[in-house]
Design a protein around this ligand. Structure first.
Ligand code: PXL
Length: 275
């Protein structure tokens, strides 16, 4: 069985980060090892959330794992709390990266043109460096704008996306994937660039006019789980994009939907039945 290490916060209530990654990657058939970076009462879109930073636990936990000779088929990082934690991730990658370990970085820090409350430009610069250590990165357009210094645009064309991908590629990852890319009216999806193949990849599905928190985490967790289940990364991206869009649609139909996340619990069985 493949073994995935995922490193992100625990938002106790909020359907995001580890409370999505753990169930989704496990359900897709990989052992999922977690390294929580912080414990929050809720995600940061609630007001009044509590937060206990766990940076001081990262070293003792990973030192113990080294003694146990643990290795991972994939290491997937999501929401991290501080610049110091980004540095800790660079060390962790070099300590645990085997020849075939997939390093998957989702530089979670911003959306809709704005940084999340906990972050600033220095954090964005450090995240850009972390992206340089990865095989696959999956920023949204806002995150990519902050990391590349490009202007964030809500209306754009393919040339803008290609320029952004070319600047992301300069950060150093093998495969750079932009999420939330809409190349024609009514459509949304992903566009990626594979440095070794010098090749672009585009996948567009129908746009659902609603945004929910945690959908980026759902997309990334599904990608990682599907790649570990043997799918080519392009196929994994398509499945993850379709699954995320479908989950948003199903959530919208729920009269009791929570405002803070999507009902992936309702759609996970369908995802598994297709595997
Ligand atoms: O889904 C991204 C995410 C993860 N973790 C925390 C967040 C957010 C987005 O707001 O606040 C704590």
């Amino acid at each position: 069985m493949k073994k995935v290490l995922t490193i992100q916060d625990i938002s106790c209530l909020g359907k995001c980060s580890l409370t999505i990654a753990l169930p989704v990657i496990s359900a897709l058939g990989s052992e999922t090892v977690i390294l929580p970076t912080a414990v929050l009462s809720t995600h940061t879109m609630f007001s009044g959330f509590t937060c206990k930073d766990l940076s001081d636990q990262i070293e003792p936990i990973t030192e113990h794992w080294k003694k146990e000779n643990v290795s991972f088929d994939a290491i997937y990082t999501g929401y991290l709390g501080t610049k110091e934690q980004i540095d800790q991730m660079k060390k962790l990658f070099s300590d645990f990266k085997g020849e075939d370990t997939l390093i998957f970085v989702d530089p979670v820090m911003a959306d809709n043109g704005k940084l999340y409350p906990a972050f600033d430009m220095d954090y964005a610069k450090e995240n850009a460096k972390l992206c340089g250590c990865a095989n696959i990165i999956v920023p949204n357009i806002t995150e990519a704008a902050f990391m590349t210094g490009m202007e964030y645009k809500e209306e754009y064309d393919e040339a803008y996306i290609k320029e952004m991908l070319s600047r992301l590629n300069e950060l150093g990852a093998k495969i750079s994937i932009l999420t939330g890319v809409s190349l024609s009216p009514g459509k949304t999806g992903v566009m990626g660039y594979d440095r070794e193949a010098d090749d672009y990849f585009v996948y567009q599905n129908d746009r659902v006019d609603a945004t929910f928190h945690g959908t980026g985490d759902l997309f990334s967790s599904t990608c990682v789980g599907e790649i570990m289940a043997g799918k080519d990364w392009r196929e994994a991206l398509k499945i993850a994009a379709d699954y995320t869009a479908h989950t948003i649609e199903v959530t919208l139909k729920n009269p009791d939907k929570p405002w803070y996340g999507v009902d992936f619990e309702a759609t996970l069985p369908e995802l598994l039945s297709k595997n």
